[in-house]
Design a protein around this ligand. Structure first.
Ligand code: AKG
Ligand code: FE2
Length: 199
């Protein structure tokens, strides 16, 4: 099955949303939930250290590492299921990705605060491809240059959201707490870390 994408324009940016990008999200969800070496690192956000409010894993090509939130992530090798998914996303979008950050939100209490995926190692205008499986959750976007209300997109299981350049430069995004949700969700953001200046 393949629907979309739906283009969602943003002032100084833009999104492409594929509501049903993969066929069998439930199987992929269970496979990743049960076979990923999940970690719960101590993160440093705005100078304060706290245990991450979700579980994480970082996978990628040999030699890729990625420092964010005060923590150095060394890539684990790609499981087959994710390298073939990466290949499909590269073909469908025309963007390259050499690593992926996995976030496991165990229930509605797990969350991610407002931030941009704008680390220097991603280059000046990255495209980030975000695949969601499991419990649908609200994804919020707010502008860095005006105070208009945040936009909300409910990310369906099996959906792919592309955050197109220059979205990371002008927007922040978050996954807020949703008390009462007992189901888990896994999000995979495919990224391209630059390994040398000419990449
Ligand atoms: O879980 C999500 O949908 C967002 C994840 C995210 O923003 C990130 O990993 O940087
Ligand atoms: Fe992000």
């Amino acid at each position: 099955m393949f629907f979309g994408p739906e283009h969602i324009p943003l002032e100084n940016g833009g999104l492409s949303y594929y509501p049903q990008y993969i066929d069998d999200p439930d199987t992929l969800y269970q496979l990743l939930r049960d076979n990923t070496p999940w970690q719960q690192p101590v993160l440093e956000v705005y100078g304060r250290r706290h245990v991450s409010p979700r579980l994480v894993a970082f996978i990628g090509d040999v030699g890729v590492s990625y420092r964010y939130s005060g923590y150095q992530h060394i890539a684990q090798p790609w499981p087959d299921v994710l390298s073939s998914l990466r290949d499909k996303i590269v073909i469908d979008t025309g963007y390259e990705f050499n690593c992926a950050l996995l976030n496991y939100y165990r229930d509605g209490n797990d969350c991610m605060g407002y931030h941009s995926d704008d680390e220097a190692v991603l280059g000046s205008d990255p495209c980030v491809a975000s695949l969601s499986i499991g419990c649908p959750r609200d994804f919020m976007l707010k502008s860095k240059i005006n105070k208009r209300p945040a936009q909300k997109i409910n990310l369906a299981s099996g959906s792919l959201l592309l955050m197109l350049p220059p979205t990371q430069r002008y927007w922040q995004h978050a996954l807020p707490v949703r008390k009462g949700l007992s189901q888990g969700r896994i999000n995979i953001t495919f990224r391209k870390v630059l390994l040398s200046p000419q990449d």
